[in-house]
Write a protein that binds this ligand. Structure first.
Ligand code: RAM
Length: 918
């Protein structure tokens, strides 16, 4: 199990007075076994106690193993990230050892060699697949969940196996077993992609699973995303009405001879103990049938082969669709014990795990064969009972039928996951022991890279809620919610959360995969789908590919954020055609006048003023939102095209941006500098999206601050305005107002849910009403990461840690103390290594400690009312200053202790973070 704690691989207690490079990384892979790139780019971090260290050159050595490495010469560059593969392209299955050493600006002595890292290619061409996609021959119902099927065969192994790989995938979700042992720790493989474009396969090192003599290999598989319940339209069979698997086991003996066992019509099909399994509805498992359905090796299963039938080959399956993963698999990452056992008014028993999470429950039980234990999962209680209404039709119910083992039997479902904090248990034999239950937390096994803490426990809880919201919704694709019959890759949600996510976890591999699907689904004409992978089109109210600002803008802004945070231009290169296709579609929808008028868009979705049954009815019209986004996204895409050297395209896109900006100004900006409508979202987009001239900023900032005050320092923004409003305020010098908004506890606010005991971010500010009843809206999720995007402001502005150049090669350290905080701290493992900021405020004395990774520099801005930054190189630095009055906690300093002339002008320097603006 991967601890979900921050790992900063290079930071020891004392850093050496030499440069120590890390083992190279390959593309954005965490475990580079079975990768799909034949020339993976290489990156490394450098740990050093030498101050201001910058690389001046590197040397790579590659070879088949550590003993036979070849140098590829010295390359003079400061670049440590994503350097080109120096050797001939990898062939399928080829395994290569790589190490690096570096020279720095501290003298012309090379570093020690880094540790060796191994990379291994997967099956790079369709012709590498000898195996067939196979399925059981029996008839199946297409309108209900089917039992999970098993496909297996026995085979002989002549002697010791030197090395073995299993390559496998499925239509459905699968788990492979070899000789009774589950292969690997991955869950819900092959994961969810746009299956008709890209079906992932997994590669496993299974050398240790094999033995001389008779062996058995089998894959068990269930409906999953392929044909199970999927989406809010109550659809099934989205990708097909038959599940199937493909598996290719390649074994190499000591002499190098290779034998291959591939799935084909000789495999045997059987039904196992999983009577039904569905991502939304849950799993039913009959433990009395545990060994049923596998081919037998003779002694070890005892299930009888008489029920097995031959498999059939799936017609027309083209292995060209098979693709290696770009990001990490879904896995169990943490376990939580029961926190409390609750009795309900109606006499039920409920387990409270104390944390809203995504995963499932494992338990150990002793009882008579045939006893049925049923677990129902939900995120909240209502009137003391399980609150299942927000789940809509998703049942989230698991059922286990005991085999009657007197030593006890342990079970955890395999082919389902739930969003829950509470579990209602029925049918438990005997007295319920809370220690018999464990919640298993499941999501994409991303490396944690960011933390935030401060002196305010409520803000820390809010931040924890953001992290848990992300964990629950990063399950192979970024989903809106993890519990009801939805769980879809809504583009808008990820668009607004991508920067926050990039700080908290290492997401470039995960996002590469999702963006490939977005591009594949979008094609080169028209908008991307509303959800990726696409499963909602064609049915009202979602016509095929509508233009939907903020959602469609994911095609531009997600790759842009990833470029900003990683420095990887490939994000822009791969997505530029989709950016252009989206912007052209948006421009077409705006008509010849480039002005949005008719139709429907989500707009500032879920503005708290919108009625529960009409979430698009925001106080800011969608036309304003669409106009602003078109201007902004076209500017970003123009910047992207420029970075890629496509100057004509860049000019064209900038022209498009300018036209939309002009329409925005003409239509919404009035002579007195006021925007009409004068809403928080209108000012936030105008200020943050570069729609105003510099001279117009102070007035607009003042109006925004006024509006926020008039709105009682409560949230008056939806999906679009909420992630921007604190930045818009603090950019213009209204940091105090931004803190008042952030620290508000009355509904609607970020902290109201915290006062209600929330442990994740909610979809609606009042998903739970103050009286403990659940909001009546159709969409009332208790785990929706989108509105947690404010954490990005907490990282960049409260703590003060932001990228100033792509990949954090230059950091912007600009803490904005306020809100009564006496300290705040953030850490982030940038692509170069750990960056850290911690500040303290005692009275008016502000002190700041900063860590800058090797290879990077930082511009440090102190909250002293000044406007110029101090440039520093890598290493640890301390600063201090006296802060002006308005940043001091009101209870810390008597107001007459500060001379009036210490109060700064409202705006520091109007400078904006590079994260949002091109
Ligand atoms: C809801 C989703 C999502 C949002 C869309 C428009 O169904 O939960 O958060 O993007 O609506």
């Amino acid at each position: 199990m991967t601890p979900n704690t921050l790992r900063f691989p290079l930071q020891g207690a004392a850093l050496p007075l030499a440069a120590v490079p890390s083992a190279p990384r390959f593309e954005h892979h965490e475990e580079p076994l079975g990768i799909g790139e034949d020339r993976p780019r290489l990156s490394w971090q450098v740990a050093t106690g030498l101050p201001d260290w910058v690389q001046t050159a590197y040397e790579l050595e590659l070879g088949p193993d550590e003993a036979s490495l070849t140098s590829y010469g010295r390359t003079e560059t400061r670049e440590q990230l994503l350097q080109p593969w120096p050797a001939p392209p990898l062939e399928s299955r080829q395994r290569v050892a790589v190490r690096v050493r570096v020279w720095g600006n501290a003298g012309d002595v090379p570093s020690e060699w880094s540790p060796v890292a191994y990379v291994e290619a997967g099956l790079l061409t369709a012709s590498d697949w000898q195996a067939a996609m196979i399925r059981p021959a029996w008839d199946e119902a297409s309108d209900a969940n089917e039992p999970a099927a098993r496909l297996s065969r026995t085979f002989e192994v002549a002697g010791p196996v030197a090395s073995a790989r299993l390559y496998a995938s499925a239509h459905g979700v699968y788990v492979a077993h070899i000789n009774g042992r589950r292969v690997g720790r991955d869950i819900l493989t092959p994961g969810w992609t746009s299956y008709h474009h890209r079906l992932r396969y997994q590669s496993y090192d299974v050398t240790e699973y094999l033995r001389p003599g008779t062996n058995v290999i089998g894959l068990e598989f269930a409906d999953g995303w392929w044909r199970g319940n999927l989406g809010f339209q109550e659809k099934r069979n989205t990708y097909g009405n038959r599940t199937a698997v493909i598996a290719q086991l390649e074994m190499t003996d000591a002499g190098g001879a290779v034998s291959v066992i591939g799935s084909d019509a000789s495999w045997l099909a059987g039904r196992g103990p999983v009577l039904s399994a569905d991502l939304y509805d849950g799993e039913t498992f009959d433990a009395r049938l545990v060994n049923r359905g596998w081919a037998e090796t003779g002694a070890d299963t005892g299930a009888g082969t008489d029920t097995l039938q031959p498999a059939v080959v799936v017609d027309g399956f083209d292995p060209a669709v098979l693709a290696a993963p770009d990001g990490p698999p879904v896995r169990a990452t943490e376990e939580l014990p029961v926190k409390a056992v609750l009795g309900t008014p109606s006499g039920k028993t409920i387990l409270d795990f104390g944390q809203n999470l995504v995963g499932r429950v494992r338990f150990t039980v002793i009882g008579a064969a045939g006893t049925e234990v049923v677990l129902r999962h939900a995120e909240v209680l209502e009137h003391g009972e399980l609150g299942v209404r927000p789940l809509r039709v998703a049942k989230q119910t698991d059922c286990y039928i005991l085999r009657g083992d007197s030593d006890g039997e342990t079970w955890e479902p395999e082919f389902t996951i739930h969003g829950f904090r509470y579990v209602e248990v029925s049918g438990w034999p005997g007295e319920l022991d809370p220690e018999a239950f464990t919640a298993v937390v499941i999501h994409s096994d991303l490396v944690r890279t960011g933390t935030f803490e401060c002196s305010d426990p409520m803000l820390n809880q809010l931040h924890s809620n953001v992290v848990w919201g992300m964990r629950g919704n990063f399950v192979d694709v970024p989903t809106d919610c993890p519990q009801r019959n939805e769980r879809l890759g809504w583009t808008g949600d990820f668009q607004i959360f991508a920067a926050t996510a990039s700080f908290l976890y290492r997401i470039p591999g995960f996002t590469t995969s999702w963006l490939k699907d977005l591009a594949a689904e979008q094609g080169t004409d028209g908008p991307p789908p509303l959800v990726v992978p696409e499963v909602v089109a064609e049915k009202p109210p979602f016509p095929d590919r509508p233009v939907m600002a903020a959602w469609g803008d994911a095609a531009v802004l997600v790759p842009w954020v990833l470029y900003q945070r990683t420095g990887d231009l490939e994000f822009l290169r791969r997505q530029l055609p989709g950016m252009v296709a989206w912007l052209e579609a948006a421009a077409r929808a705006a008509g010849p006048e480039m002005q949005f008028e008719h139709g429907f868009q989500f707009g500032d979705w879920l503005d708290p003023a919108a009625p529960p049954d009409s979430p698009g009815d925001a106080r800011t019209p969608w036309q304003l939102v669409a106009q602003a986004y078109l201007a902004y996204s076209a500017a970003v895409a123009g910047e992207a095209a420029g970075l890629l050297g496509q100057d004509t395209e860049a000019e064209r896109l900038r022209g498009l941006s300018a036209r939309s900006r002009a329409v925005f100004r003409k239509r919404y900006l009035h002579d007195d500098g006021r925007l009409l409508p004068s809403t928080q979202t209108a000012y936030a987009v105008a200020l943050r999206f570069g729609l105003l001239e510099p001279a117009e900023h102070p007035a607009a900032g003042a109006r925004l601050a006024e509006t926020v005050e008039t709105d009682g320092y409560r949230i008056a923004t939806g999906f679009v305005g909420t992630p921007l409003v604190c930045d818009a305020l603090s950019d213009e010098g209204y940091t105090t107002e931004a803190y008042r908004l952030l620290l508000q506890t009355e509904c609607p606010s970020w902290l109201y849910p915290v006062t209600m005991g929330a442990t994740t971010i909610w979809e609606r500010w009042d998903s739970m009403l103050p009286d403990g009843s659940i909001n009546a809206g159709e969409m009332t999720s208790f785990n929706h990461y989108a509105l947690g995007a404010v954490a990005d402001w907490m990282h960049r502005s409260v703590a003060g840690l932001a990228p100033a150049e792509p990949g954090y090669r230059k950091l912007s350290i600009r803490p904005k103390p306020g809100g009564g905080l006496s300290w705040a701290a953030a850490r982030h493992e940038t692509p170069y290594g750990e960056a850290a900021v911690r500040w303290e405020l005692a009275g008016r004395e502000f002190s700041l400690a900063v860590t800058v990774p090797a290879g990077c520099t930082a511009a440090v801005y102190l909250p002293d009312g000044g406007t110029t930054g101090v440039e520093v190189g890598s290493g640890s630095h301390s600063f201090s200053c006296t802060v002006p009055l308005d940043a001091v906690p009101s209870d810390a300093v008597p107001s007459d202790a500060v001379p009036a002339d210490a109060v700064p002008s409202a705006t520091a320097d109007g400078a904006r973070e590079p994260v949002f603006l091109p």
